[in-house]
Design a protein around this ligand. Structure first.
Ligand code: ATP
Ligand code: MG
Length: 325
């Protein structure tokens, strides 16, 4: 067993950890257990849930909001609501534009911004934006930040987003500059005062966001600073999905720190009279574990046994043993 405060850290020792994996495999449970373990080792740790289902509060059995609150000694937790982040971002952009755009055009500008709010990727990018801010702002106050992310698909989109977003925003900025330059030329010809392009609030908002995403990407792809931990259960589909996800992350140069195989049927010594059903399941699991080692053995693999009850609450989470198989 590895997660005794005196023994070495079972999870990768990086300032920023992400927990991801297929739905229901135990990401929230493992992220919370890891955060509590880090705190017990003396690191000031912040656990951040970006999962819209808000299960971190259930697992820890405390109420959480989008401001960090203490949940145990040295451990704080918060939950970020993606939809609210998207609304907040749109409101902020609108209020910046309000003071700068000619009132006559404001209706149309707002309409454009509202379309952006419901277009694909808006929620993910707002969430990514927030999470970048957490890395930058809270990074000062905490030694470790643990992100409990949503199921694989969304997480991967989120992680590949900096690249998509920089391309997308780059295009928008170019278009915006072109329009601005034309307007300026026209104004020069017409002899009216030239608009100051650098003061364009939409352009500024886009550029700031692009710069933030680039900074986040640098953090995410730095193996000294961040690691992605995959939680998987010894079943066919989750393993297959994890193999694909690990491949995608590697393609985006996001460092994979560990694979946690959760809900492994515990081995009992001298269990000669084992129920044939359980014996059969255990055998299947052994096959899947072998597959995990074959396909994912390049990364550190950790094992967590299936517990006899749901590990909820700080005490139960602290007692979850993490093994090296
Ligand atoms: N090792 C374990 N032994 C027993 N129960 C477990 C174990 N790990 C997780 N569970 C239970 O399995 C359920 C799913 O766990 P959890 O909520 O952590 O998964 P998740 O991957 O975060 O799910 P979601 O994709 O919905 O966010 C919970 O009821 C949790 O208490
Ligand atoms: Mg969860």
């Amino acid at each position: 067993m590895l997660n005794d405060a005196d023994s070495r850290l079972p999870f990768p020792d990086r300032p920023i950890l992400f927990f991801g994996g297929k739905g229901g495999v135990g990401k929230t449970t493992m992220a919370a257990a890891a955060a509590l373990d880090l705190a017990a080792r003396g690191y000031r740790t912040l656990l951040v849930s970006t999962d819209p289902a808000h299960s971190t509060a259930d697992v820890l059995q405390v109420e959480l909001s989008d401001r960090p609150r203490s949940v145990a000694e040295g451990c704080w937790a918060m939950e970020v609501d993606p939809e609210r982040e998207a609304d907040r971002y749109i409101d902020a952009v609108k209020s910046r534009v309000e003071s700068a755009a000619p009132p006559r055009l404001l209706g149309e500008v707002y309409r454009q911004i509202d379309i952006a709010r419901v277009s694909p990727g808006a929620v993910e990018s707002a969430l990514f934006d927030r999470f970048t801010r957490i890395l930058e702002d809270e990074g000062e106050d905490y030694d470790r930040i643990v992100f409990d992310t949503a199921p694989t698909g969304q997480t991967l989109r989120l992680l590949s987003l900096p690249e998509l977003m920089t391309t997308w925003i780059g295009g928008l900025i170019k278009r915006r500059r072109k329009v601005g330059a034309l307007a300026q030329m026209w104004k020069n010809v017409a002899g009216t005062e030239a608009a100051d392009l650098e003061q364009d609030p939409l352009l500024r908002a886009l550029e700031e966001r692009r710069d933030r995403f680039q900074r986040a990407r640098r953090i995410l792809t730095d193996p000294a600073r961040a690691a992605f931990v995959f939680v998987v259960i010894p079943e066919r589909l989750p393993i297959w999905e994890t193999e694909k996800a690990v491949e995608t992350l590697s393609k985006h140069r996001v460092p994979v720190g560990a694979i946690v195989v959760n809900q492994v049927l515990p081995v009992r010594d001298g269990d000669a009279t084992e129920d044939p059903f359980l014996a059969a399941r255990r055998e299947r699991q052994a096959g899947y574990l072998a597959r995990i080692f074959e396909k994912l053995g390049d990364w550190p693999v950790l094992r967590v046994d299936l517990q006899d009850s749901d590990p909820v609450g700080v005490d139960a989470l602290r007692r979850i043993p993490v093994y090296e198989p």
